[in-house]
Every structure is written in C-alpha cells, then in structure tokens.
Design a protein around this ligand. Structure first.
Ligand code: ATP
Ligand code: MG
Length: 251
C-alpha cells in the first residue's frame, strides 16, 4: 500500500446467498486507488463491477478480505459512522441518475448537506449553487428532474455527488442511459473534474469511455485480470456459449 493510497483492497470477496444458491461475485480482489487517480473498470455483464463499486462506496460489505479507505480499516467502523463516512467521503453516480422526483434540482443537490451537522442554510445554498455551476446546470435550479433531459439529469446527479467534496467519485455506468452526445458530455465533465483534482472510479461498458481514465482495470468472473486475459476469456466463453446453439440449429 502506497502512502497516498486512498483505497486499498486486499483479497476482497463477496458471496451472495439466496435460496441456498451461493454466487461468488468477487473472488480475491486486490487493488489500490491513489488520490487524484482516474480509474475505469470494464468487464462482461455479471463479472462483479457493480458489486465492487458498492463495496468501495460502503453501500455493501465484503464477505472477506480487507478494505482500507484513507488508511482506515472499514470493517472496524460501526453502522452510524459508516453512514457519516459515506456522506462525507463518497460521491456516487448511478446509471439511472436516481434523483428524487418531487425535489427540485436545487433541493436534490442540497440534500446530502442537510444530513451534516454544522452546515448553515446559507452555506448549503452557496455550495449547491457552486456544484450546479460546475456541471453547467445552475440555470435549472427550480426545475424538477422529470423536466430535464437525461444528460441534464446526470449532470445534476454529478453535482449532488460533488457537493459534499467527497474523497472519491464512484460512477456506475454513468453514460448507460444516455445517447452518445449526452454520454460524451458527461464524460467530458468527469474529465474536467479529474483535471481539477477529483479522484474517480468509473464502471463502463464502452471502451472509448474507458480510455478517458488514467488507468484501466479489467474484470472477469469476479477477478481483476489484465486486458489480454479478459479478451481471451471472453472469447473462450463466447465460443462455449455458441457451440450448443450451432448444434441445435444444424440438427
Ligand atoms: N443482491 C444479490 N444477490 C444475489 N446475487 C447477486 C446480487 N447482486 C449481484 N449478484 C450476482 O453477483 C454477480 C455480479 O453482479 P454485478 O451486478 O456486480 O455485475 P456487473 O459486472 O455489474 O454486471 P453488469 O455489467 O450487467 O451491470 C452476478 O452473477 C449477479 O447475479
Ligand atoms: Mg453493474
């Protein structure tokens, strides 16, 4: 673990138990993210990307292994303090934007600050407006999410993630529900934020978007692998899945 390691994962595992079925979503994941880094995560559907991001964002807990955030072992932290750390250290951006429909743009962005002690109403307002200015949405403060385009909603969601000045921005397929023009706008925004010092970890299916990151991580079947291995395993899996179909069709 390097000194400026913001995130340190050692042998992280995640097993989901449902109806006596065990799903090994993550198997021995090791990796670090340094302060100021921009990391992308790519891999086939079901390989564990969202599971990993949820663990990084303290939305879920691992079944084994060690996670240190800012030098602190996360497993030692109780539920109340976890919520506080999540509020202060983590900014989450989801594929489906997840804005609250009956709050205005301004209220959505202000919301994370209302859970903090000692932030006055005036400070909340100034910070929410500043975050909205950064994403180019300050002209829509009184709109409701349903009155915005998808790209605009995602920019508001980025403002909400940023307003608390988190240590890291976690984005799970932030362009997944957007057309290419809006997708590119959101990617440029993340790029700008990174250049201004934000640490970002983004999951994406799109190799063009993964290229925006300073470091690319590839996953396959619950593990981090190198790019070549991921392509090889994907190819082998495609072959395996196609064979029975071909036999059926030729029969
Ligand atoms: N709550 C859960 N209960 C049981 N199994 C789960 C749960 N969440 C995820 N899984 C399983 O864990 C594996 C990894 O899921 P995950 O959502 O992390 O994949 P992903 O890489 O994000 O896929 P996608 O690209 O489709 O979003 C999958 O096999 C999934 O079925
Ligand atoms: Mg996912």
């Amino acid at each position: 673990m390097t000194q400026d390691s913001l995130i340190h994962l050692d042998a992280i595992k995640k097993v989901f138990l449902t109806d006596e079925v065990e799903t090994h979503a993550l198997a021995e994941v090791h990796f670090d993210i340094a302060k100021g880094e921009y990391v992308s995560i790519t891999g086939p559907s079901g390989c564990g990307k969202s599971t990993l991001l949820a663990i990084l964002g303290l939305l879920d807990t691992p079944s084994g292994g060690t996670y240190r955030l800012n030098g602190r072992e996360v497993a030692d932290i109780g539920p109340g303090e976890r919520a506080t750390i999540r509020n202060q250290e983590i900014g989450f951006v989801f594929q489906a934007f997840n804005l609250i429909g009956d709050l205005t743009v301004f209220e959505n962005v202000e919301l994370p600050l209302t859970y903090r002690d000692g932030v006055s109403k005036a400070e909340r307002r100034d910070r929410a407006i500043a975050a909205l200015e950064r994403v180019g949405m300050a002209h829509r403060v009184k709109h409701y999410p349903a009155q915005l385009s998808g790209g605009q909603q995602q920019r508001v969601a980025v403002a909400r993630a940023l307003v608390g000045q988190p240590s890291i921005l976690l984005a799970d397929e932030p362009t997944g529900n957007l057309d290419s023009k809006n997708g590119e706008a959101v990617m440029s925004l993340l790029d700008e934020l990174h250049k201004a010092g934000s640490t970002i970890c983004m999951v994406t299916h799109d190799p063009r978007y993964a290229d925006f990151a300073g470091r690319k991580i590839f996953m396959f079947d619950g593990r981090i692998v190198d790019e070549e291995t991921m392509h090889r395993l994907r190819h082998e899996e495609d072959q395996r899945l196609m064979r029975p179909a071909r036999t059926a069709a030729s029969a």
